[in-house]
Design a protein around this ligand. Structure first.
Ligand SMILES: Nc1ncnc2c1ncn2[C@@H]1O[C@H](COP(=O)(O)OP(=O)(O)OP(=O)(O)O)[C@@H](O)[C@H]1O
Ligand SMILES: [Mg+2]
Length: 414
């Protein structure tokens, strides 16, 4: 099957040869922290999601339409790639992997991929269809009816994997949000989504999930959403999953030793906290940290390396750095604590002020009030303790520096 490689956003790092020198410095054969979706051999270090995979495979085998939603970088594409490797020969399967923004283009892409991936069916001349598709610019209706007649003649059901439908932009002219625009596009594709003998598995943006999961679950069918039999959410990672992925990646990059030999535990705590469940953010931070560790000629990637990476955007002072380190090391900080005051060489009021600065920047959060004193921890570490995996989507209403860095880490303009 011929898969079109879509251009992936390159992580904002230095030149390739420098990255190479950086991982070689730490005794690695390959770059363990690629932030691209897993494909091919890389799927060997696919982590977790076992229950979701089983659920999705049984839905796929029943040839229904499935939506796979999740925030950017949480692992939708990697999941789709893994699922594709599990499709038995009793199905045809095709993938559409370029950002799509209009229904005619989507239909043409589908037909194009079908012509490549499926052996010709009796009564239809694939070569001729391909030629007409490329040269004559068939109308949307013509493309649809050819697609329909191919599908109706297939002996095996067809599975269509659609990635990047979630990359649809909103429509500023018509004041449509991305979710509304996605819905509109799905509405335009209704006829093909409804065809028998074909099931679509579509990656969707997270907002879409929060909007539609209820409707799908209740089986209501007033809209195009009735076309989905399931819409599942790809969950953020738990700390255990991050650690497993880190181990797997270091091992496959040829690292000899435990992860603790590569990464200072406090640095991992900081990375986990800033990643807030998002694998791409995590690997991006580690990649940046590794680079700084290499520049420092360190033996290990340390807290300070990750801190420097983050701080390039945040411009915090040394006191904040020390406080963050304390939080990563001891889990909790209370300004009135005399050990903390001694460690920082500051009085209670100065520490309380810094803790507030960190918390405004989303680098710390208040987790408790004990004896009238505010207790702070790194963000997300409350979940670390209770191992809560699913969190409701967070409505972010104000812009802070912390968000700014999240946006930067996601490769978006703040
Ligand atoms: N199950 C997994 N095991 C190991 N690494 C993973 C897994 N899922 C995702 N990753 C890693 O996380 C990063 C982001 O994954 P991926 O590109 O699949 O996310 P996505 O949800 O498709 O992102 P986007 O919304 O930008 O398309 C990549 O570095 C990928 O290698
Ligand atoms: Mg993706």
């Amino acid at each position: 099957m011929k898969l079109k490689k879509r251009p992936k956003p390159k992580p904002a790092v230095r030149g390739q040869s420098n990255v190479e020198t950086a991982y070689r410095h730490f005794g690695l054969r390959t770059d363990p922290f690629t932030t691209l979706a897993l494909q091919g051999h890389d799927l060997d270090y696919f982590v977790g999601r076992a229950a979701l995979i089983d659920r999705l495979l049984s839905a796929i085998f029943s040839v229904s339409n499935i939506g796979v939603a999740g925030e950017p970088g949480v692992g939708k594409s990697s999941l789709l790639q893994l699922l594709k490797t599990r499709i038995p020969r009793d199905f045809h399967s095709v993938s559409i992997g370029v950002p799509l923004d209009d229904a005619s283009y989507f239909l043409s892409e589908l037909l194009r991929e079908m012509l490549v991936a499926i052996s010709p069916v009796p009564g239809l001349n694939f070569k001729e269809i391909g030629r007409r598709l490329e040269r004559e610019g068939l109308t949307k209706n013509a493309v649809f009816s050819i697609t329909r007649s191919i599908i109706s003649r297939l002996k095996k059901p067809l599975l269509v994997f659609v990635d990047d439908l979630e990359k649809i932009k909103g429509d500023r002219v018509q004041h449509l949000t991305r979710s509304e625009r996605t819905l509109q596009l799905l509405e335009e594709l209704k006829a093909v989504l409804e065809l028998p003998n074909v099931g679509f598995l579509i990656a969707l943006q997270e907002e879409f999930y929060s909007k539609v999961s209820q409707v799908v679950r209740e089986g209501a069918e007033p809209t195009v959403l009735g076309l989905f039999k399931h819409v599942v959410l790809v969950e953020k990672w738990s700390p255990a999953e991050f650690k497993e992925a880190l181990r797997a990646r270091l091992e496959s990059a040829g690292f000899k030793g435990e992860w603790e030999d590569f990464l200072e535990p406090e640095a991992l705590t900081l990375a986990l906290s800033l990643a807030s469940g998002n694998p791409r953010r995590f690997f991006y931070l580690l990649s940046e940290g590794m680079y700084r560790g290499f520049q420092r000629k360190g033996k290990q990637v340390e807290f300070q390396d990750l801190f420097e990476a983050v701080n390039e955007h945040l411009k915090l002072d040394l006191v904040c750095k020390k406080l963050l380190y304390f939080l990563a090391k001891s889990g909790r900080a209370v300004a009135s604590n005399s050990d903390l005051q001694a460690f920082m060489g500051l009085d209670m009021i100065s520490i309380a002020r810094r803790l507030e600065i960190l918390s405004k920047n989303r680098l710390a959060e208040m987790v408790d009030v004990a004896d009238g004193a505010k207790v702070y921890a790194l963000p997300g570490t409350r979940e670390t303790i209770t191992e809560t995996k699913s969190r409701p989507p967070v409505q972010i209403t104000h812009t802070t520096m912390g968000e700014k860095i999240y946006n930067l880490l996601d490769g978006q303009e703040p």
